[in-house]
Design a binder for this molecule. Structure first.
Ligand code: ZN
Ligand code: ZN
Length: 356
């Protein structure tokens, strides 16, 4: 049988398109233009030179419509780094215009699941859609190697399928998976440089999150601007020292008052497990006021709350969460949601914070 010529195929497609209702053709055209624009976009190149942070996960482990598990995307110059990668991280990156393929490296603060359970998804999307010459580097205190080995084992079959299906150009064997970049956990007062590249500098510092040990926070510097990231911690004087003079402090916080209400409700409902958990978690997180006190002690230019616990589904709960923070810290305070964007342009002292 003679194969259809190219022109016959084109005529057939044209007839098929003409047969579609006009509004369907418009929607498909719109979709095509949107996909093309997304693929041609350069969201990092479009940013002014400086240090930028997008909150790709503003919440803790409990589900929330506006705050996924912990994730901060830091763009320092042209280097894109992710600090903690909770579930929902890749989805939030993509929804806010930053494809996982852009991510150069990841830093973990500690090994609680809500800080790393999006790691496999991020690595896979970055691998299959990116153009990197090495696996995704995952920096973290000692123990990060075990996390990386575990994810690499879990995703091994998936990687084989994808290379077999799409070939080495799309899914190269040499760059699949994760690569551990462990460092010795710093002691009190120590701030080792754990990553340095051109003008980008990342240091780590010890925080208090026992029994989750090691647990660290990070300070990132670029172009004369700086931020500090708390990870999970009770109020920490070590953090305050390491974060001295930063432009923005990103600090976790748990409202003891609101978690106390959950504890009372759990006790009323004879839910022993929820009552125990809501009692246990009080001592290894900072309250919003304690985080604000740390921002003041560090002399931070602004404070952004992330890892917001518990979920705050109603606006009045946000007011209760923030109650007293303005008395403890007189700079700008932002209660972040997924997509909150902070810009610190180089050569200025401007701090732009926008939430969706
Ligand atoms: Zn956490
Ligand atoms: Zn934790």
């Amino acid at each position: 049988m003679q194969r259809p010529t190219r022109s016959i195929v084109i005529v057939f497609l044209l007839l098929a398109v003409l047969a579609l209702p006009a509004c369907t053709r418009q929607i498909l055209g719109l979709m095509e233009r949107r996909v093309t624009a997304t693929l041609q976009a350069d969201p990092v190149g479009d940013l002014p030179d400086g240090l930028h942070v997008m909150v790709c996960g503003a919440g803790g482990p409990l589900p929330s419509e506006t705050r996924s598990s912990a994730c901060l995307m830091v763009v320092a110059g042209r280097t894109v780094m992710i600090f903690d990668v909770g579930a929902g991280s890749s989805r939030n990156l993509t929804l806010h215009g930053f494809a996982p393929a852009l991510v150069e490296r990841v830093f973990l603060t500690h090994f609680h699941s809500d800080h790393l359970d999006g790691l496999g998804e991020l690595a896979t999307l970055r691998w299959a859609a990116g153009d990197w010459s090495a696996p995704l580097d995952v920096h973290g205190p000692t123990g990060v190697g075990e996390i990386v080995d575990g994810f690499n084992t879990v995703y091994r079959q998936d990687q084989v399928y994808r290379t077999a299906h799409h070939g080495e150009r799309v899914a190269p064997t040499a760059t699949k998976g994760l690569r551990a970049r462990p460092f010795s956990p710093p002691r009190e007062g120590e701030t080792p440089v754990v990553f340095k590249q051109d003008d980008v500098r990342v240091t780590a510092f010890l925080v208090q999150h026992a029994p989750a040990e090691p647990a660290v926070g990070y300070r990132v510097e670029y172009g004369g601007r700086s931020i500090a990231i708390s990870g999970d911690t009770a109020k920490s004087t070590n953090l305050e020292a390491a974060a001295q003079g930063v432009d923005v402090l990103f600090h976790e916080a748990l409202s003891k008052r609101l978690v106390g209400v959950m504890n009372t409700a759990a006790t009323n409902a004879d839910d022993e497990i929820m009552a125990k958990v809501t009692a246990d978690i009080l001592d290894y997180h900072a309250s919003p006021v304690e985080a604000a006190e740390s921002a003041a002690a560090a002399g931070a230019g602004a404070l952004v709350f992330y890892h917001v616990v518990p979920p705050l589904p109603l606006a009045p709960l946000e007011r209760i969460y923030l109650d007293g923070t303005g008395d403890a810290f007189d700079g700008p305070i932002e209660l972040s949601v997924d997509g909150t964007f902070v810009s610190l342009p180089s050569g200025s002292d401007e701090i732009d914070i926008e939430s969706p």
